[in-house]
Design a protein around this ligand. Structure first.
Ligand code: CA
Length: 225
């Protein structure tokens, strides 16, 4: 899962990025409303954590613009205790959930997971994603086929998760690159190819009938042999 945090308190934003990363999600932070909006408009995130009180463009305005542009990414608004009116306005303008500061990180994680699950409702059963004979345990990074299983590294796991959520839909290399490495990274298509080859070896190792098909010049999809 890929999370965008829009929060001008840099220390809080960076702490949240760390917490999400520790919990096997990919997280990025924007420190003001207009940067947050630019990033969110890419549509590559699964959940957006959006602070209401931001310098310049506030969270409600960011949310309004996003929904106006047709971006339906689930949004959790962060509100301060005395912002009840904003909370109502936020829910009216298309927020999916809100959390009052200060909050317990466990609470935020639980809500982000719930929204992420809702946005990827297909194929998901508890904390497992499956496709044909394959299943991926989202809490242990384990990819299984029958009684065979193998642990995945973080990047392998993230790519497999995206492939499984996509099923037989084609995923472009560009989309994978941006989702896994982010816009700012120097990673290139090569990196994607390297991890795809690792995953192919692991699929062979667990004797799965699923393979990662390459569509030359386009990207990848899962296919049953
Ligand atoms: Ca703030």
């Amino acid at each position: 899962m890929k999370i965008l945090i829009v929060e001008d308190e840099k220390r809080l934003a960076d702490a949240l990025v760390q917490i999400f990363t520790k919990n096997r999600m990919i997280a990025e932070a924007s420190y003001n409303g207009s940067d947050g909006l630019d990033n969110a408009l890419s549509g590559i995130y699964d959940v957006i954590v959006l602070d209401i009180m931001l310098p310049g463009m506030n969270g409600i305005e960011v949310l309004g613009e996003l929904r106006k542009e047709g971006i339906k990414t689930p949004v959790i608004l962060l509100t301060a205790k005395d912002e009840i009116a904003d909370k109502v306005k936020g829910l009216d303008s298309g927020a999916d959930d809100y959390l009052t500061k200060p909050f317990a990180t466990e609470e935020l994680l639980a809500r982000v997971r719930a929204l992420g699950r809702r946005s990827a409702s297909e194929l998901i059963c508890d904390d497992t994603l499956s496709f044909s004979d394959l299943s991926l345990d989202l809490s242990t990074y384990t990819l299984s086929c029958g009684s065979n299983s193998v642990k995945l590294g973080l990047k392998e796991f993230s790519i497999m998760e995206i492939l499984l959520r996509g099923g037989s839909r084609v995923l472009t290399k560009e989309n994978l690159l941006v989702k896994i490495w982010g816009y700012e990274s120097d990673a290139e298509y090569n990196n994607v190819e390297v991890y795809i080859s690792f995953l192919r070896k692991k699929l062979g190792y667990i004797k799965s009938g699923v393979q990662i098909k390459t569509l030359r010049g386009v990207g990848y999809s899962l296919e049953t042999k």
